[in-house]
Ligand binder design. Structure first.
Ligand SMILES: Nc1ncnc2c1ncn2[C@@H]1O[C@H](COP(=O)(O)OP(=O)(O)O)[C@@H](O)[C@H]1O
Ligand code: SF4
Ligand SMILES: [Mg+2]
Length: 336
């Protein structure tokens, strides 16, 4: 694990008060609600939450990939400059070269009619102005970072690849131009264990080389393995954030605690307790704390007041914030 970034080091990526809603037949779905976070060079920030928490919407909003029926407000800054204020050319360059995304379903994001080598070479030709031979050799070079036999894979078409191979190719493609920011949206969820480990290892190498990695996952096991900092998303809002060690030892939001205690590989200390209840229906979300129906710590305030804002946690650890009127006081390292 790398050292924590110093608080005054300028972030690579800043997401500020990001809100995203989808217009649907059932009304407006507030999928992302006032999300703010920074990502620094050389760190992995994990965005963690159950399915439908809004994780993919955050990733797509950063990259400007949201569908037309989505409305977004707030700002995304790359090295201090708002993406909204950039010229279309600069925006295309930043999104093509500086901020890359690795999707969950690698095969679906490859072009079926081109060989892997051609697709990779095309990335270099489009962004680096290389001739065909140089682009081919650059493509083989980046494939070699993820595969032992790049020549064979370069001549293959996507349908000839296993899921694990496709994922490695996707990583090579996303990192070909050495982006400073890598967004990995559930990069390991459809992979077998060996490829999972390799994928996480590769992300770790990229982090150690200085990239900022936004790791989107529902799996706290993946967080434990790779993350430096964590932001826990519930019903589209960040309910707790902090460095990974503090979040694991002293979670303050009951949802974070519930997630940790429900995972067999992590619960180890204390009793294994499945998370009860379901995430709320976003279409009918009220003003109160969205976790209220599932919360065993609720107090009367939670029923009458608007959802609590993120505030400094009692741990006093810099950057540890939780949005809760009656936070946990547990130290999980003391649980038996
Ligand atoms: N294109 C869309 N149109 C309408 N609703 C959507 C769309 N994409 C996502 N949603 C809804 O937004 C919410 C957040 O989805 P998503 O960002 O995919 O969550 P996650 O990645 O955490 O599973 C969910 O309720 C989902 O059904
Ligand atoms: S604010 Fe209240 S209902 Fe919400 S998580 Fe905290 S204790 Fe539970
Ligand atoms: Mg998703």
């Amino acid at each position: 694990m790398t050292a924590q970034p110093t608080p005054d080091s300028a972030p690579l990526l800043s997401v500020e008060h990001l809100t995203a809603s989808y217009r649907t037949g059932d009304g407006v779905l507030p999928a992302v609600r006032d999300v703010t976070f920074d990502l620094h060079a050389g760190e992995v920030l994990a965005l963690v939450g159950e399915s439908a928490a809004g994780k993919t919407t955050v990733a797509q909003a950063i990259l400007g990939l949201l569908p037309q029926q989505a409305t977004i407000t707030g700002d995304v800054r790359y090295r201090g400059t708002s993406l909204q204020s950039m010229s279309p050319e600069d925006l295309r360059r930043v999104r093509g070269e500086e901020i890359a995304i690795i999707f969950q379903n690698a095969l679906a994001s490859l072009t079926p009619t081109l060989s892997i080598g051609e697709q990779l070479a095309e990335v270099y030709r489009a962004h680096r102005d290389m001739d065909e031979a140089t682009a081919r050799s650059a493509a083989l070079g980046v494939l070699r970072t993820v595969l032992p036999d790049p020549e064979r894979i370069a001549d293959a078409f996507p349908f000839q690849l296993s899921g694990g191979m496709a994922q490695r190719v996707m990583i090579a493609m996303a990192t070909a131009l050495k982006p400073s920011v890598i967004i990995a949206d559930e990069p390991t969820s459809s992979l077998d264990p060996a490829v999972r480990v390799e994928t996480l290892d590769r992300l770790e190498v990229l982090r150690n080389e200085g990239a900022g990695v936004l790791l989107i996952t529902h799996d706290f096991g993946v967080v434990a393995r790779l993350a430096d900092r964590v932001a826990v998303l519930y019903a589209g809002a960040v309910v707790e954030t902090g460095d990974v060690r503090t979040i694991f030892r002293q979670p303050r939001h009951p949802y974070t605690f519930g997630l940790l205690q429900s995972l067999p590989s992590i619960a180890r200390r204390g009793q294994l307790v499945p998370m009860r209840g379901q995430p709320p229906d976003l279409a009918t979300l009220g003003a109160e704390c969205p976790f209220l129906p599932r919360c065993s710590k609720a107090v009367s305030r939670c029923r009458v007041e608007a959802a609590p804002p993120l505030t400094e946690a009692d741990t006093g650890v810099p950057g540890h914030l939780a949005a809760c009127y009656n936070p946990m006081t547990v130290d999980r390292s003391q649980l038996t």
